[in-house]
Design a protein around this ligand. Structure first.
Ligand SMILES: CC(=O)N[C@H]1[C@@H](OP(=O)(O)OP(=O)(O)OC[C@H]2O[C@@H](n3ccc(=O)[nH]c3=O)[C@H](O)[C@@H]2O)O[C@H](CO)[C@@H](O)[C@@H]1O
Ligand SMILES: C=C(OP(=O)(O)O)C(=O)O
Length: 429
């Protein structure tokens, strides 16, 4: 199977962006919804506003690998899933290791088949990304979790359970997918479950709404304490996936870095959380024209101080993009990455383009403003990819970004959408 790393993006800098752009459906909402849809033993689930990204394609392949039928109608951005027959508890490595969301299939497999075998969990390499909160929660509900190493040294995790039992669960920190996984596990468990220290991200709330529509009984979404009363079955329903706030944030930053003026359809200022305030401090002006968000930057960029945090704090997935923008700000910017311990690989790539960045552990100082020059750079993960596109938009000359698969994992038709605003980007496969 091609890993897609040969995909490259070529960006020619210099254009000021203007026009209207559409925000895609949320990757981090649709992936748990695909996992949750496998809990419906009858009927067909319909998901609308599905982003056409590589992670969704992997999730479709994974659903098929465990026996479901899944049709992705790309033009209609609609996914139809029939999970009436699940035949295998195995999440095969060649698919599962390519995206983090694969682990969100575990609750459905436990409920439907009594076990899940995880041969590999992928996702962006951002330092250590443990799954202990998930395992501990499943164990408290009665599951057993064992690690097996095959003769050739490859490890897999086996999670087994009879009927899961409700109980009191907690997350050491408010893990995004951890919250979603424990809610799904509790939805068909026997009895009532209390989950403490839950994530408040808008995607988590969208997933709760979807699972409630399926028949789950969940209260407390949007607070740190969620209660789930187990039900006997969940049914297949239709749902429209919320807009992707990280995609929206990157588009806002495209206007910010180029000094353009754009209108975003599907962006929510509220969902940007503290990122909207930080961008305003940098000189970005927002105006809401009904349901359209207008963004403009026509003054010099000011430096910024960013601390990543859980929602509504500054989203870690927007940390790399804002690092790119801060290279153009007039003075030193300070970035403190609190969520992941390995999310500064972008710095070396930006330095290659002419930036002046000092990294010290989880803190970075960006000494702006430095002009950027087109270079050959590497996307080490999805958001390094989006940040390098932003940098390329203002660099002098041509920037080539290798490992383009990472961008394709999370942004749908990014070149086309930015080109419609006046950018000059080519996707080279
Ligand atoms: C598919 C998806 O929704 N991905 C998002 C999700 O990832 P994901 O759900 O994997 O991120 P988490 O919120 O779980 O992780 C946050 C932190 O908690 C740690 N942790 C997490 C779980 C666990 O069992 N043990 C543990 O130690 C992680 O190593 C990390 O340092 O939230 C991240 C933080 O907003 C985003 O960057 C990702 O885009
Ligand atoms: C870290 C990310 O995603 P994942 O958790 O799917 O690797 C991301 O979207 O930036």
């Amino acid at each position: 199977m091609s890993l897609g790393h040969e995909v490259r993006y070529r960006v020619r800098g210099g254009a000021e962006l203007s026009g209207t752009v559409f925000v895609q459906g949320a990757k981090n909402a649709v992936l748990p919804m695909i996992g949750a849809s496998l809990m419906a033993a009858e009927g067909r689930t319909v998901l609308r506003n599905v982003p056409i990204i590589e992670d969704v394609k992997r999730a479709v392949e994974l659903a098929e690998a465990v026996g479901a039928k899944a049709e992705l109608h790309e033009a209609e951005r609609t996914l139809v899933i029939d999970a009436s027959k699940l035949t295998s508890p195995v999440l095969p490595e060649e698919i599962a290791s390519r995206f983090r969301g694969s682990f969100l299939f575990v609750p459905a497999l436990l409920h439907r088949l009594g076990e899940a075998v995880i041969e590999g969990v992928g996702g962006c390499n951002l330092g250590s990304r443990n799954l202990d909160f998930h395992y501990n929660g499943f164990k408290r509900m009665g599951a057993t979790v064992t690690e097996q190493v095959s003769d050739d040294g490859r490890g897999s995790i086996h999670v087994k359970a009879g009927q899961l039992q409700g109980g009191t669960l907690y997350l050491d920190t408010p893990s995004h997918t951890g919250t979603e996984n424990l809610i799904m596990a509790a939805s068909l468990a026997e009895g009532t479950t209390l989950i403490k220290n839950c994530a408040l991200e808008p995607e988590v709330l969208d997933v709760i709404q979807f699972v409630q529509r399926m028949g789950a009984r969940i209260t407390g979404g949007g607070t740190g304490f969620i209660t789930v009363e187990g039900v006997d079955k969940l049914t297949a329903v239709q749902h429209t996936v919320m807009p992707d706030r990280i995609d929206a944030g990157v588009l806002v930053m495209a206007a910010a870095i180029t000094g353009g003026e754009i209108s975003l359809v599907g962006a929510s200022l509220e969902h940007l959380g503290v990122a909207a305030d930080k961008l305003e401090q940098m000189g970005v002006e927002f105006s809401e024209e009904g349901a359209v968000l207008r963004v403009r930057r026509d003054r010099p960029l000011r430096p910024i101080n960013v601390i990543t945090d859980e929602y509504p704090g500054f989203a870690t997935d927007l940390q790399s993009p804002i690092m790119a923008v801060s290279c153009l700000a007039d003075g030193p910017s300070y970035i403190y990455e609190r969520i992941f311990d390995g999310r500064f690989k972008l710095a070396d790539e930006l330095v290659r383009m002419g930036a002046d960045i000092e990294v010290n552990g989880n803190r970075a100082k960006v000494n702006g403003a430095t002009p950027l020059r087109g270079s050959e750079v590497v996307a080490h993960d999805l958001r390094t990819g989006s940040a390098l596109v932003l940098a390329g938009l203002v660099a002098e000359g041509e920037t080539t970004i290798t490992n383009g698969y990472y961008l394709d994992r999370g942004h749908s038709h990014i070149a086309e959408r930015l080109n419609a605003l006046g950018a000059d980007i080519e996707r080279l496969a």
